[in-house]
Design a protein. Structure first.
Length: 479
């Protein structure tokens, strides 16, 4: 396993040094990792927890790290000696991967000595922001493609090897059936998928020669790329000849792949041609700069496509290339005393929620569909025996009473005393967890454009605490 301890911003280390010099390293801090609202989606699919756990379990400064930090001349020898014995000893509570989460709901809650909690900020944001972003994009793409399935094909367009590997994993959590990325498939127990490129076809004297050679090589898994020269004029007719040949030998061909041109028109024409030739059982696979908006258009045009390969626009989340995830201090504990903290800003979107928190999801007992989420202070409980008033977190005059509901707390313990306590799950199990989480919401919340606004409330205690801290700050400034 790689040592990622120096995968951090330099100011995390300078703050650690400051805490060390100010004798603050034993203060217990709690940080929330959450994302702010963004335009493309009203919710996200949580991902990245597995790698985050591996990262914190392996935190240590080896001798080369310490030698490098010494060379910066920013730290004294006492601090470098402290780093030599550094380990993460804190705890992480988190939303499980595959869970639907909304803005301002912490995906992770880190509680640890402040130097430890501070150091891991940048790496946790790097891991969780990216994988959550790609899982969310994959959910949107797969939602638009239904009932067709989607394969992740983004390796060559991803921003580097890690983005390709962990992005593909996140895409499968979000709903993709598999990936073309062989290393990702090996690492996470996925079946790698792929057929051949245009270069295969061009390397033979004729397109038919190339198809026949591929059929002889993979008679049980023959899917042919038909757009190298002329999709309808030669590609599909030559594929039909190849499929006739395979079936005469007792094999079942898979189908054809379209990778350019008017996918709606070509797929409809190819479907007619294959059906007329007795190959209605062969599928049509399509790729070529596809995203959820292209998919919606293809469905509206009646495209005859069974499987999509989605690469660039998924693995880069092209419309929203980064998630606005942040990591904010919400509590300091000294001895037995908790001191809630919050960021107060002239920009309301940048204000944070104070204190150590939890999140409850309320479900209607009759339908098992989600009604609202409540961000509450840790230790609070939701009384399911009586109606509950849900209130807008800012515009408090907006409210709704809910009844006949049950509440589920979203968090699980992931790390305690620096050690993993959360059992590992394979990626397809996480994909099923994601599907189950999504099934808990009405379609109006999941639609791609103008989704219905889902209610996320602050408990009365949390709201009161927030207002108290704002008022205290105003009094301090007034003095």
């Amino acid at each position: 396993m790689r040592n990622l301890t120096l995968l951090t911003d330099f100011y995390e280390l300078t703050m650690m040094y400051g805490y060390f010099r100010q004798n603050k390293t034993d203060e217990i801090a709690t940080f929330d990792l959450f994302f702010r609202p963004f335009d493309e989606s009203n919710f996200c699919i949580a991902a990245g927890l597995e790698q985050a756990i591996e990262y914190v379990e392996n935190l240590h400064f080896d001798q080369t790290d310490i030698d490098y930090l010494r060379s910066t001349k920013a730290f004294d020898e006492d601090f470098l000696a402290y780093l030599a014995n550094f380990r993460f000893t804190g705890s992480i509570r988190a939303v499980p991967e595959g869970t639907v989460v909304f803005p301002y709901e912490p995906l992770m809650i880190v509680t640890a000595p402040i130097s430890q909690a501070q150091l891991i900020e940048a790496a946790l944001l790097n891991i969780v922001n990216h994988q959550t972003l790609i899982a969310t994009k994959a959910r949107r793409v797969c939602y638009a493609a239904e009932p067709a399935s989607v394969l992740e094909f983004g390796l060559r367009r991803a921003q580097g090897p890690d983005a390709a590997i962990y992005g593909a994993r996140a895409a499968v959590i979000g709903g993709c059936s598999s990936t073309s990325n062989v290393l990702c498939a090996q690492m996470f127990g996925l079946p790698p998928k792929g057929t051949h490129a245009h270069s295969w076809v061009m390397s033979f004297p004729t397109e038919l020669d190339a198809f026949m050679a591929y059929a002889d090589t993979y008679p049980d898994n023959c899917l042919l790329l038909v757009d190298t020269y002329d999709t309808l004029g030669s590609g599909v007719p030559n594929a039909i000849k190849t499929f006739d040949y395979l079936k005469s030998k007792g094999y079942q061909p898979i189908g054809i792949r379209l990778d350019s041109g008017d996918l709606a028109y070509l797929s409809k024409q190819a479907r007619k041609m294959m059906d007329a030739a007795g190959h209605a059982d062969c599928k049509i696979f399509a790729s070529s700069d596809i995203d959820e908006y292209v998919l919606e258009s293809l469905k509206q045009q009646g495209a005859k496509i069974d499987i999509y390969g989605v690469g660039t626009r998924l693995i880069t989340s092209n419309n929203t290339p980064s998630l606005g995830g942040v990591y904010k201090l919400c509590n300091i504990r000294t001895g037995e005393k908790d001191c809630p903290k919050m960021k107060i800003s002239d920009n309301p979107i940048k204000m944070t929620n104070p204190g150590v928190k939890t999140v409850f999801r309320l479900f209607d007992k009759k339908t098992d569909k989600a009604i609202a989420d409540v961000i509450a202070l840790k230790g609070e409980r939701i009384d399911e025996t009586k109606p509950l008033t849900i209130t807008h977190p800012v515009e408090r005059w907006k409210s709704k009473e809910v009844s006949d509901f049950y509440a589920k707390e979203l968090y699980v313990d992931a790390v305690k005393d620096g050690k993993r306590v959360l059992a590992r799950k394979d990626v397809y199990t996480l994909q099923r967890d994601c599907a189950q989480s999504l099934n808990g919401f009405w379609e109006e919340y999941k639609r791609l454009s103008n989704p219905h606004v889902y209610k996320v409330d602050l408990s009365d205690k949390l709201y009161s605490l927030k207002q108290q801290l704002i008022n205290d700050e105003r009094k301090t400034v007034a003095k």
